[in-house]
Write a protein that binds this ligand. Structure first.
Ligand code: BTN
Length: 243
């Protein structure tokens, strides 16, 4: 592992993507910054974090033989790796909100942004961005957000949390190369937030419906037994889980 520490940068994902284009990057290179000026989240959203209170970092990972149609496996490996690290740190009630938000009870404490480079039918490399709310206690714009400190009342050393997460995530990424996809999918489904419970979903046109989350498909669609339309599969842009 090779760690690059930067004092400030727009986005660790953007930085690492650019670096990977310009140089021959070592597999498992990590970029971590104290201050992310323009962090990016899923679906074009932003990701903001307070300097010194949170972790913002990205991992460059090379893959050999991972089929593009199985790329959701990266998302499962990383979210399960973070969930295991949170358990090791005794953060209570950890679950994964599809596709890869990390929750403690009902509050989001971490987010993941994965950007893959494909070559033919294979994933060649990925930049895996991770943001964890560690010691923040005030979220002005996001009252639903949480942090390790809010969940436990304790203050954490950022570097210690980073090391535990990296060890766990790299360990899980290794599992990917053993091709144990179904085992990982089962583990992921066991961690799914609201699994087998009645949830409320929102569509892009802002209509709502009820359904029960049953699991995920092999390409990462959410499987929902809906109240009015039977069993359905949803892609990320098609539905948002409200609660
Ligand atoms: C999300 O939940 O929307 C994903 C958030 C991902 C944020 C991290 S912070 C480090 C890395 N760099 C970025 O610009 N984004 C990711």
């Amino acid at each position: 592992m090779n760690i690059i520490k930067l004092n400030a940068i727009d986005s660790t994902n953007s930085y690492l993507k650019q670096l990977a284009k310009e140089t021959q990057l070592q597999d498992e290179t990590v970029v971590v910054t104290n201050k992310q000026l323009s962090g990016r989240g899923q679906m074009g959203n932003g990701w903001s974090s307070r300097e010194g209170q949170s972790l913002t970092f990205s991992i460059f990972k090379v893959f050999n033989g991972l089929l593009a149609e199985r790329q959701f496996a990266i998302s499962m490996a990383v979210s399960l790796g973070i969930a295991a690290a949170m358990n090791e740190l005794n953060i209570p009630n950890i679950s994964i909100k599809w596709p890869n938000d990390i929750l403690s009870a009902k509050r989001k404490i971490g987010g993941i942004l994965i950007e893959n480079v494909l070559e033919g039918n294979f994933v060649k490399q990925a930049v895996i961005g991770i943001g964890i709310n560690v010691n923040e206690t005030h979220f002005l714009k996001l009252p639903q957000a949480g942090s390790l400190k809010l969940a436990t009342g304790k203050t954490f050393q950022l570097d210690e949390v980073l090391q535990i997460i990296l060890k766990s995530v790299f360990n899980n990424l290794e599992m990917l190369s053993q091709n144990d996809f179904l085992k990982m999918k089962q583990l992921y489904e066991n961690h799914l937030f609201q699994k087998e419970k009645v949830s409320v979903f929102e569509t892009p046109t802002a209509s709502h419906f009820n359904g029960i989350i049953k699991g995920v498909s092999e390409i990462g669609e959410l499987l929902v037994d809906t109240e009015n339309q039977g069993f359905r599969k949803f892609q990320l842009k098609e539905v948002k889980l409200i609660f």
